[in-house]
Design a protein around this ligand. Structure first.
Ligand SMILES: Cc1ncc(COP(=O)(O)O)c(C=O)c1O
Length: 402
């Protein structure tokens, strides 16, 4: 009855009950985090530069848009039966995996959340880099798990030795590669070292949301080799499908089984069709990696030439600037110029995250940023009004966001 791989609505009674039991655990995504920041200033104007949520301004590819249009007439049905299985088979054959290594979801936020719920507890902690993508911490908080934040290395990689040593009772060691928010890379050999040396009973959760934007080899071969890791992939970034929603959890079947406990929302048939078209286009990833990389390199070069401090060497669609002044003030001042940048992370209150937009977006960003930085440092803007509303009740307020 239960078909968790294809997202069939035929969930068994047990799955349904388990899902209901966990329904109160909020799934926090980049959209939630970015929108919390916007919540006290309202909807951005139509001509705003939106470089705040690590989205891809290029959107879905032409072939993906066509596939969405072609599949839309089926929208009265929950499922196109074999469409998700075909997507899984395509991804598996492209990466030397078996279909049972893959579960498809409506985005990767859902499996990220479920992995943390499944593998952390009051006795099993989460180990995470600082700064890194916050979503796992919010899920761990809900699970009542301890959270060990470990500073990045001097090169802004994950400090895998310190992460592995952080807690012998770790449940999940989260490695986001390239990292959000810095865009920096953790060398593959460091991840392999962590896999071999992590505490017994723990798993690595390797979040490869941005992997296509870097040249580094991914770690899917470690799944094929049967190691203790779950890799997360999304179609929200390089494929430009954040609003269409498709993602994957990739791991050993016995590791993935624990995620199935939490059930699954049926998959949008349009998302599966667009994901399939995206995977079948061999030019899409290299073309977009080049476009986004060129715009990033141009922007970073301009920032450095103008004496601004860019943190680390991003190989992604985002990077951070140490503004040398309160980051909230810079964010608020840029909004006056209709340029919406990302949030800050508490560990670095002067640093702001910039998403790489189109060449035109970044030209507007450069003008606004120079104007703001040439002006007086603004006082810190008030904290976003609704941050606490996305924070699980057990978290005791917006402790992770600022
Ligand atoms: C590191 C990382 N992981 C996961 C996600 C979740 O993406 P989605 O749910 O759109 O697949 C994001 C979104 O920005 C992210 O930055």
């Amino acid at each position: 009855m239960t078909d968790t791989k294809s997202g069939s609505p035929m969930l068994g009674r047990r799955s349904f009950l388990m899902t209901a039991a966990f329904a109160a655990a909020p799934i926090v995504s980049e959209a939630t985090l970015a929108q919390a920041r916007l919540s006290n200033i309202g909807v951005p104007p139509a001509d705003a530069v939106l470089i705040n949520a690590n989205e891809n301004p290029l959107g879905p590819s032409k072939a993906a848009i066509q596939a969405i249009a072609d599949s839309a007439p089926w929208g009265g049905r929950y499922d196109r039966f074999d469409a998700a299985d075909k997507l899984i088979a395509t991804f598996a054959s492209q990466h030397g995996l078996k279909p049972e290594n893959i579960i498809v979801y409506a985005g990767s936020s859902e499996p990220l959340h479920y992995t943390v719920l499944a593998y952390t507890s009051p006795a099993k902690s989460l180990v995470i880099a600082d700064p890194s993508y916050e979503s796992a911490m919010l899920a761990a908080n809900y699970a009542g798990a301890k959270i060990h934040k470990v500073a990045l290395t001097g090169d802004y990689a994950h400090d895998v030795k310190a992460m592995v040593a952080a807690d012998p009772n770790a449940g999940v060691i989260y490695i986001c590669n390239p990292n959000n928010p810095t865009g920096t890379i953790t060398p593959r050999e460091d991840i392999l070292w962590a896999l071999e040396n992590k505490p017994a009973g723990s798993i690595l959760m390797v979040d490869e949301a941005y992997t296509h934007l870097s040249e580094q080899q991914d770690v899917l071969d470690q799944v094929a080799a049967g190691k203790d890791l779950i890799v997360l992939r999304t179609f929200s970034k390089v494929y430009g499908m954040a609003g269409i929603r498709c993602g994957m959890a990739i791991g050993r079947p016995d590791l993935l089984d624990k995620l199935s406990t939490y059930g699954q929302n049926p998959l949008p048939i349009t998302a599966i069709a667009a994901a399939q078209a995206s995977l079948e286009d061999p030019n899409l990833v290299p073309e977009r990696r080049k476009y986004i990389g060129d715009v990033r390199r141009e922007t970073v070069a301009w920032l450095k030439a103008n004496g601004y401090k860019v943190i680390g060497d991003s190989q992604s669609n985002c990077f951070m600037i140490d503004t040398g002044r309160n980051g909230h003030g810079v964010i608020a001042a840029l909004q006056q110029h209709k340029v919406y940048i990302g949030r800050i992370w508490p560990v670095w209150p002067n640093a702001v995250r910039i998403t790489v937009g189109t060449a035109d977006d970044m030209a507007k960003f450069r003008v606004a940023f120079k104007t703001v930085m040439d002006g007086p440092a603004y006082a810190a803007a008030p904290a976003p009004a609704k941050v606490s509303s996305i924070t699980p009740s057990k978290a005791g307020g917006g402790v992770f966001l600022s």
